[in-house]
Design a protein around this ligand. Structure first.
Ligand SMILES: C[S@@+](CC[C@H](N)C(=O)[O-])C[C@H]1O[C@@H](n2cnc3c(N)ncnc32)[C@H](O)[C@@H]1O
Length: 214
């Protein structure tokens, strides 16, 4: 029997229009009392005590950063930057960095969500779906992650995006995505990252995620 491999033909969004759509989604989430920024959650040793109404995917991401004990993280497609803000709120010794395609997303974080301005000293505008975009970076980061980004990109862009993530990682690549949107095992194979990283699908306390380890 022929195996059918999903090669996602199009991005899910027209990205220059994305922040408008996102602003609407965010307002809906806020009206349902979902929270974006950590206010009351805290770290007790290596355990996060969650006291804010956060999305489960986000909790799993923050848990992983704390469990692995990394010193720095880089979020690819960081949007408004609330994960970076939340990670440094939970554990201020973790240095946080991010790359994002759209200035409007970063502006949304500072102007609408009220994320402190200094966070944006560590974010940069970059298209991570361009081949070898990783050459623009002078540093490597211990934990390079995405949350809901590659799942929205077409097949070719997703491959380049993951390659760039792998190139700027010194230790881990973490993917929190919708696993039905691509044939991820095939995508990783095609990207060549499995020549350097071991990949593992992990069923966490809240969600299933993929961890690549060098
Ligand atoms: C669905 S949002 C997720 C944002 C954030 N990671 C989160 O968890 O809320 C996808 C983000 O990826 C960004 N993005 C899309 N294509 C990108 C690219 N080629 N390079 C960098 N960022 C990109 C978008 O602008 C958007 O902010």
């Amino acid at each position: 029997m022929e195996t059918k491999i999903l090669k996602k033909p199009h991005d899910d969004y027209d990205w220059p229009e994305y922040t408008k759509i996102y602003a609407k989604q965010t307002a809906e989430m806020m009206s349902e009392n979902n929270e974006f920024l950590i206010k009351n959650s805290f770290l007790d040793g290596d355990t996060i005590i969650f006291k804010d109404a956060l999305n489960d995917n986000w909790k799993e991401l923050y848990k992983q950063v704390i469990t692995l004990g990394v010193n720095n993280v880089f979020e690819c497609g960081c949007g408004p930057g609330y994960h970076l803000h939340n990670i440094r709120t939970l554990k201020p010794s973790v240095q946080v960095f991010g790359g994002e395609l759209l200035q409007t997303q970063l502006d949304f974080g500072r102007n609408t969500l009220g994320i402190p301005e200094d966070l944006y000293n560590n974010t940069e505008l970059v298209d991570l779906s361009i081949p070898l975009a990783s050459c623009l970076f002078n540093n490597k980061y211990e934990f390079v992650y995405t949350q809901a980004v590659t799942m929205h990109l077409n097949h070719e862009k997703a491959i380049e995006f993951i390659r760039n993530m792998a190139n700027i990682s010194s230790k881990y690549v973490f993917l929190m995505e919708n696993w039905g949107n691509h044939d991820y095992p095939n995508l990783l194979q095609e990207s060549g990252v499995l020549n350097v990283f071991e990949s593992e699908m992990i069923k966490g306390e809240y969600q299933t995620y993929m961890l690549l380890t060098k």
